[in-house]
Write a protein that binds this ligand. Structure first.
Ligand code: UD1
Length: 425
């Protein structure tokens, strides 16, 4: 049988100390994909050490880019020698975000493909908005059970594109496709996430002409070519939020470094409303967070940025399980993003769901249990719950957590958490 890794956590006292937040996964992935657009050397700093980043590097290498580490968190990328426009479906399947390489490929080479030799029902993935955008620029999209092929006979031509939903990935893909198109592209109802702004600022450094990133209207004026540059990835707002929540859930006191407060306004506002102490030292990118009592319950509704982030929903739910009363969550961004409920309930939580709504009745204490990380953020929620619970928690399927939390065990250990990675048969 394969050896598997699990996390063993003994719940204990408050987390205390300092934690340094890594570069944002959700910025690093599209920015790595954007490197496909450039014909000169690019250096990226602040690249987080994550499984998802490894997969994106694998995608780039498969296409023919040279990618090498020149420091712990710095990469040198040279995409001048790209020799295929086909990404194996296996890499798309491992990580949905690999699809953001399609826009850059289409823009530079006029074609982008992915194929699943065995047939994997590729068409079922929610990529309709990406495809609609590519088609508006004049590309043709062919989608069946074995392949997705996006091609254009002539040049891509700028156009006005209205997104039915402000999808982060579709906004990125269309923005990148438009960089080398002819004329002006206007994306209406675009996503406004900080990661969109980071991608736009990276593309602009490469020579792209982009206005309005961070608002709901993004205007891209096509240019002839994109060049090399050097760029530092913004801090990961979701990783920061996760450590802030773990700090208050354990009634601890933690200084979060390399965090941009304006990227996590809803998280800070909710924590203050619930009775936590949050002190921002903006000029130093530091937030100090603490709590010395049970927090008050609250209600949240996930929304596209600048609303409450869906990527912090599971972690907030973990915190709510030990609040003083009844909290409610409504998940409006993703369907079926409550898989952590069953796992948290195994630890003594009292959560009931109905459709996309959850009601969480605070309990006195959670207890350790054998649980499973059902996705990345669910995994983080279970780590928080384990650190707070009485007794021992074993978390399996932790590859989900490795996708998005750099050096999680080291970071929590430094804060005083009793957490270990163990290999089992
Ligand atoms: C990105 C983030 C992810 C985050 C999400 C929402 C990355 C790598 N991932 O994912 O962590 O949870 O934003 O903040 O940045 N949709 C469609 N059709 C499309 C595209 C999306 O229906 O063509 C739907 C999705 O099914 C989902 C919603 O739109 O219900 C949001 O998806 P989207 O904003 O695209 O998220 P991602 O870019 O996949």
């Amino acid at each position: 049988m394969d050896k598997k890794e699990i996390l063993l956590i003994n719940g204990g006292g408050p987390l205390r100390g300092e934690v340094i937040i890594s570069g944002a996964k959700n910025s690093a992935l599209p920015i790595l994909a954007a490197c496909v657009l450039g014909t000169e050397e690019i250096i990226l700093d602040g690249v987080p050490d994550l499984k998802d980043v490894e997969i994106m590097i694998e995608v780039l290498r498969h296409l023919g880019s040279k990618v090498e580490y020149i420091g712990d968190e710095s990469l040198r990328i040279d995409s001048s020698g790209i020799n295929t426009c086909e990404t194996p479906f296996e890499l798309m399947d491992k990580m949905r975000a690999s699809f953001v390489v399609m826009g850059p490929l289409l823009s530079r080479f006029k074609e982008a493909h992915t194929k699943a030799p065995g047939g994997c029902n590729i068409g079922a993935r929610p990529i309709d908005l990406h495809l609609k955008g590519f088609e508006a620029l004049g590309a043709e999209a062919l989608v069946n059970d074995e392949a997705i092929s996006i091609t254009t006979k002539g040049e891509l031509i700028g156009n006005e594109i209205y997104l039915d939903f402000p999808s982060v990935g579709a906004t990125q893909n269309i923005m990148m496709a438009a960089t080398l198109a002819k004329g002006e592209t206007i994306i209406e109802n675009a996503a406004k996430e900080p990661e969109i702004v980071d991608l736009a600022s990276f593309l602009s450094k490469m020579g792209a002409k982009i206005k309005g990133a961070g608002t709901s209207t993004i205007v891209v004026d096509g240019v002839e070519k994109l060049t090399g540059t050097r760029h530092t990835i913004i801090p990961d707002r979701i990783e920061a939020a996760s450590y802030m929540l773990a700090a208050v859930m354990t009634k601890g006191d933690v200084t979060i470094k390399n965090v941009i407060g304006s990227h996590i306004r809803p998280v800070i506002a909710k924590l203050i409303e619930m009775g936590a102490s949050v002190e921002e030292i903006e000029e130093e990118d530091i937030i100090k967070v603490s709590a010395n009592q049970k927090l008050k319950p609250t209600n949240i509704q996930t929304l596209p940025y600048p609303g409450f982030p869906t990527d912090a929903q599971a972690q907030f739910m973990a915190l709510m399980t030990v609040c003083d009363g009844e909290s409610k969550i409504q998940e409006t961004v993703f369907e079926n993003r409550f898989m952590h409920v069953e796992q948290l309930n195994k630890m003594g939580a009292a959560i009931a769901t109905s459709g996309n709504r959850a009601t969480i009745v605070g309990v006195d204490k959670l207890h350790g249990a054998d649980v499973k990380a059902t996705d990345l953020r669910a995994g983080a929620a279970l780590v928080m719950a384990g650190l707070t619970a009485s007794g021992q928690t074993k978390i399996s399927d932790i590859y989900h957590i490795d996708r998005g939390y750099s050096k999680l065990v080291e970071k929590f250990t430094k804060l005083g958490g009793d957490i270990k990675r163990v290999t089992i048969d």
